[in-house]
Design a protein around this ligand. Structure first.
Ligand code: PLP
Length: 234
């Protein structure tokens, strides 16, 4: 369990991750400013988020609706950018739309429509990413690769939503290099969709604590890093 004495260590961890991300971006010939770190604070306390916010970091990721909303309320006086990165059921969409800068895991027209309905009721536009299940893993959420064009086209036409790109949870490997081909494949899928839809899709949300270096080298614009910043979750 953490204590607030860990705040400096969390900030140091973040700076170390930032340095590694910047180096990876430069190796790939990319501008490091084009990679945002989403600090995944799920199952870590609000003070840990505040500790990083104090150091100027704004992007935080959560994947449980109730926990995320409770933290947002506790930290309401900080102007943070929250990312919803978890699997979302359509019946929970109305709690989420309008309260997150980005919803990363949209994988069905039903969920997209539920988010859009709430965003419209709020007079807001919700930024979303479509989660792709490129490896067709039965236990994982995400849209099948051959259904990506239809889903993305529908979302692009849906008032209340703004499609910004794609998100990926690749198959799990102990060896991060094995995730690399999936990252490259997501980038290629994004490039093809941009051409097909004639829309800019600037964001690629891919890479976690174990594999974010390969993800950045393959084009990630959002890496979702929890453990390497906040330590092991309870
Ligand atoms: C928990 C989680 C992360 C962060 O995982 P770490 O291995 O702790 O960096 C990233 N993305 C999603 C979707 C998650 O649920």
């Amino acid at each position: 369990m953490h204590t607030t004495h860990d705040a400096p260590r969390i900030r140091d961890n973040f700076l170390a991750v930032r340095q590694i991300v910047d180096d990876a971006a430069r190796r790939a010939g990319r501008d490091p400013a084009g990679v945002r770190i989403v600090a995944v604070s799920k199952r870590h306390p609000s003070w840990a988020v505040a500790a990083l916010a104090e150091a100027g970091h704004l992007d935080f990721g959560e994947n449980y609706a109730q926990e995320a909303l409770a933290k947002q309320d506790e930290l309401a006086d900080l102007a943070l950018r929250w990312h919803f990165i978890g699997h979302l059921q359509s019946n929970k969409a109305k709690q989420i739309a309008g309260r997150f800068a980005m919803v990363h895991g949209v994988d069905s027209t039903k969920l997209a429509q539920a988010l859009a309905n709430k965003a419209l009721a709020l007079g807001a536009v919700q930024d979303v990413l479509v989660q792709a299940n490129l490896a067709a893993e039965a236990q994982k959420s995400g849209c099948a690769e051959d259904e990506l064009p239809a889903l993305c086209e529908t979302i692009a036409r849906t008032e209340g939503l703004r499609l910004r790109g794609l998100m990926l949870m690749p198959p799990f490997f102990d060896e991060p290099e094995r995730a690399r081909p999936w990252f490259a494949q997501l980038r290629q899928a994004r490039d093809a969709l941009q051409t097909r839809l004639g829309l800019p899709l600037p964001e690629l949300s891919m890479g976690m604590s174990g594999d974010y270096v390969a993800a950045v080298e393959e084009g990630a614009t959002l890496v979702r890093v929890g453990t390497a910043i906040f330590g092991t979750r309870n």
